[in-house]
Design a protein around this ligand. Structure first.
Ligand code: SAM
Length: 518
């Protein structure tokens, strides 16, 4: 199936190069439409769908429909919203309004629900979910957007009347009027006074689940920072992240992006930030040679690629063990071409493996292949010592990317963590078996949670006396601050590196670089 040179005997479920994604796209579009229609029972509405859509302000309608898909169909706002914006042909201004409204209402859900709970005479869970979504959208306009009070009320009530029905719109009108009687600061003061403990108060104030507030406090301390930074970290989770661009080394360049209004990235070379709307219009993005990628992810991929192999030996076979959807794989693949190395990008979920192929498509096909295996199978004898560099960008809670996925904080639970840490340890073990003596493994999570970062690495080092932790902070510094890599760059305690949204402006990515000594 692949013309690429390979290591290890059998390679099941491999693919190489393109493949058709038409079916997938059709399915996605169809499913989205169906979900939109089937979200919650519209038993109150007497209007036809055509009438409903015509009578609602399109930006608010798009935001409302996005919330409906997120709550009724477990959809991801960052996937649904752009499709809706296209479907409703919103112009740039309306698209910006819809984005701020939908993302803000989702991020602020904890705070808004706390307000609403004081005004509704039954548990919010007993309300029709569509009514609750309309209330959240109204509350966000009133509390956090520069929308005149009368417009926030009138437009939200009209939207509710058109989308849900006349009866519920009366309730929504009454509740939102009560919300509007106080400012966000007054509501915060009232609610935090009633909340228990520092974490409980911060949870209300910054709209995070309380267990995440506690976990982030623990993470700051575990990575050598001060717990007093917690409020800044929580606030950074609520700020819209700027779009980061990277030109694939040797394949793309950022000159067109800079001409189109992008600004050179401050954190690392060959990156840019873009703040002017539809990024697909930026030269190179459609061609796949310029990518949208968080600066933290760029740093992690480059740090793994740039770390000198401790024994200076062969550097030809690279493995990205958990590659989907392929952001880091594309960067690693492009660098592999420059260094005449070969990248195997592994992703067990079939639909995500297709995304990896798509992501690697701009990279010459002779240099990479995609496998679809459980990453733990790379711990088998047949792969032992096959690879010179391995990226383990492990499945994790994603607590480091809350600002990017506005609904995600409400979908996670503390019980998710033990299962994740155990697979993280197993994947790291597998990578360590597959790396050769003197090779390098980069263990990465998009979470600063102590259990998913330092503790995984500490446990791993106890299991593997032949493993040595490299000075990851130094390697990451060389990527981020090539002119002054030795200066203290707040990358954390010990020999691991932890980035932070409130310090570095990136997702809270963690990295530990390890080598095999014997
Ligand atoms: C954090 S994401 C990787 C992100 C990716 N490196 C990128 O930059 O685009 C983790 C990936 O691990 C995959 N995964 C989950 N279980 C796995 C396993 N047992 N072996 C390998 N990969 C796994 C998930 O499907 C997911 O795509």
């Amino acid at each position: 199936m692949s013309g690429q040179e390979q290591r290890g005997p059998s390679r099941g479920n491999q693919s190489h190069g393109g493949g058709s994604f038409d079916g997938q796209r059709r399915n996605d579009r169809g499913r989205t439409r169906n979900r939109g229609q089937g979200g919650s029972p519209r038993r109150y509405s007497q209007a036809t769908p055509g009438q409903r859509n015509r009578s609602a302000d399109p930006a608010r309608l798009v935001a409302f429909k996005t919330l409906r898909e997120v709550s009724a169909a477990d959809a991801y706002a960052n996937l649904v919203l752009p499709k809706m914006i296209r479907e409703y042909q919103l112009d740039r201004r309306d698209a910006g309004f819809a984005t701020e409204l939908a993302y803000g209402a989702l991020r602020g859900q904890g705070f808004y629900d706390a307000i609403l709970s004081t005004l509704v005479d039954r548990p919010l869970g007993e309300l029709d979910p569509a009514i609750l979504d309309a209330l959240r959208i109204g509350a966000h306009q009133l509390m956090a957007m520069r929308v005149p009070k009368h417009a926030a009320l009138d437009q939200t009530v009209s939207l509710a009347r058109a989308q849900i029905g006349a009866g519920p719109s009366g309730l929504i009108n009454a509740v939102l009027r009560r919300v509007s009687e106080r400012s966000a600061e007054e509501w915060t003061a009232q609610l935090t006074e009633a909340a228990e403990g520092e974490s409980g108060k911060l949870a209300i104030e910054h709209s995070h689940p309380e267990w995440i507030v506690r976990a982030l406090r623990g993470a700051l301390i575990a990575h050598g920072r001060d717990g007093s930074e917690l409020a800044s970290l929580l606030a950074a989770d609520n700020a819209a992240p700027v779009v980061n661009l990277v030109a694939l080394p040797g394949l793309g360049d950022l000159s067109g992006a800079l001409d189109a209004g992008a600004e050179a990235g401050e954190l690392l070379a060959d990156s840019a930030t873009y703040k002017h709307g539809d990024v697909a219009r930026v030269p190179g993005v459609r061609e796949g040679t310029v990518r949208v990628q968080d600066a933290g992810s760029q740093v992690m991929a480059r740090a793994l690629a740039n770390t000198a192999l401790p024994d200076g030996g062969e550097d030809r076979y690279w493995l990205d063990l958990c590659a989907g959807p392929g952001g880091k794989a594309a960067l690693l693949g492009a660098i592999a071409v420059q260094r005449d190395a070969r990248l195997t990008a592994n992703e067990p979920a079939a639909h995500r493996a297709r995304l990896v192929e798509n992501s690697l498509d701009a990279v010459p096909h002779d240099y990479w292949m995609v496998t679809e295996q459980d990453g733990r199978s790379y711990g088998g004898e047949e792969y032992a010592g096959d690879y010179d560099r391995i990226m383990v960008d492990a499945p994790c809670s994603g607590l480091g990317a809350l600002r990017r996925r506005p609904e995600s904080r409400w979908r996670k639970a503390p019980r998710d963590i033990p299962e994740l840490t155990s697979i993280q340890g197993e994947l790291l073990d597998a990578a360590f078996s597959a790396v050769r003596v003197g090779g390098v493994v980069g263990f990465v999570t998009c979470s600063p949670h102590q259990a998913e970062t330092r503790l995984v690495v500490e446990d791993f080092l106890k299991r593997h006396p032949d493993a040595r932790l490299l000075d990851t902070g130094a390697e990451v510094s060389k990527v981020m601050y090539p002119d002054a890599p030795a200066a203290g760059h707040e990358l954390g305690a010990g020999s691991t590196a932890q980035l932070w949204p409130h310090v570095h402006g990136t997702d809270a990515m963690f990295m530990a670089l390890l080598t095999k000594t014997a």
